[in-house]
Ligand binder design. Sequence first.
Ligand code: IMP
Ligand code: MG
Length: 192
Amino acid sequence: MFRDIDKVLIGRERIAERVHELGAQIAQDLQRELGDDGDHTGEIVLVSVLTGSIVFVADLIRQLPVKLSLGLVAVSSYPGTSMESKGAMLRSELPKNLTGKHVLVVDDILDSGQTLDVLSRLILEQKPASLRLAVLLRKPGKAKVAVKVDYVGFDIPDEFVVGYGLDYDGFYRNYPEIATLKPEVALRSTGG
Ligand code: IMP
Ligand code: MG
């Protein structure tokens, strides 16, 4: 299976280093939000956008020494072998009772921006105390809708990537680095 990998864009050490840095920055911001008396003035809910963010979230939450709970939301925008966003669609209910809470939404990648745009609108309807958005990767210049992301791990070129949670047609999420696929893999699975 890993024979399908073409080239590694971001290796595991760089990912680990950056996740550590992001964690420190996010923890500091959240701690400031909670105020001096720590977890008594507010509550943090981290919303993980399934499925692509799970590896990033697993690593990130262990860098956040704050009291938080984990919410999950399923959104799909790249059905099957598609390499183009087909518009974000909610596939599960949003976590409830976000009212008055400090919400941090974590996704794997910001591409067209539609996933995070749709999600932030829905979350804001619940009137959270604050809303922050974090993504591991961003493809600059691809956004179709303007989304203000608070934390970005890496800006990457406009190439389709897999690994560290990101998939192609459901596969390669377990590849430990961010990588591109050999062109013939996509052609093979779309039959084109
Ligand atoms: P957006 O809604 O277009 O911003 O797309 C975000 C979602 O599309 C992410 O949560 C990913 O699941 C998926 N996605 C976008 N680009 C890639 C990619 O290069 N590889 C794998 N999944 C991607
Ligand atoms: Mg995906």
